[in-house]
Design a protein around this ligand. Structure first.
Ligand code: NI
Length: 202
């Protein structure tokens, strides 16, 4: 159920709703979300619709259900081609739009191997940090129609999926950071540029 505390106004646009996005500190963002057992009751398709609209409205690349106060294992990923081309990815020529229900991920390479890249989060507005992630992953999930889907992702696409799946386990990106001196305000980073990082790969 959506949170009704501060910033708790739901904006309706026709049949769709833009839901308020919870911020770091809200307990739902710390909880482990439950698998979705029943896709036939209509509630999940409504949730997917609202999450897609909320993500679009916020101009983000990924959103997990706990971010709108729903502790269920569902993520929506929407990555424009420009981001994939900029930051590396297998499908640099096309937009990635994915709805992943009960997703499972695993690294395609040595789990100890990670690449550093910048991440922001709609639940931590204004900040950006450099986070190590697996460069290539395999994912398995249910699609919005309940059918099993499986695929691989790399680069920025793999990073976004890992970030969103972390939300389902109550983990926010600063907890994955190995060097908190790389956590900063976006506008400071834009003004002063990134600090030099030996060995940065993404
Ligand atoms: Ni996030």
């Amino acid at each position: 159920m959506p949170c009704s505390c501060r910033r708790g106004w739901v904006r309706h646009i026709g049949a769709m709703a833009i839901r308020p996005i919870l911020r770091m500190g809200h307990p739902v963002l710390r909880a482990k979300a439950a698998p979705i057992a029943d896709l036939a009751d209509g509630a999940t398709s409504e949730l997917i619709r609202d999450m897609t609209e909320t993500l679009k409205d916020a101009d983000g690349v990924g959103l997990a259900a706990p971010q709108i106060g729903v502790a269920q294992r569902l993520v929506v990923v929407e990555i424009p081609a420009s981001r994939l081309a900029d930051e590396g990815g297998a499908q640099a020529d096309q937009v990635v739009h994915q709805v992943l229900i009960n997703p499972e991920i695993e690294p395609l390479d040595d789990p100890e191997r990670s690449a550093l890249g910048w991440e922001a989060c709609l639940s931590i507005p204004g900040l950006i940090g450099q986070v190590p992630r697996w460069p290539r992953i395999r994912f398995r999930a249910l699609g919005p129609d309940g059918r099993a889907i499986e695929g691989t992702a790399e680069g920025f696409h793999a990073r976004v999926i890992q970030h969103e799946v972390d939300h389902l386990d109550g983990i926010l990106y600063p907890e994955r950071m190995t060097d908190l001196s790389r956590l900063m305000f976006v506008d400071e980073l834009q003004e002063h540029g990134p600090p030099a990082t030996p060995g940065e790969t993404t």
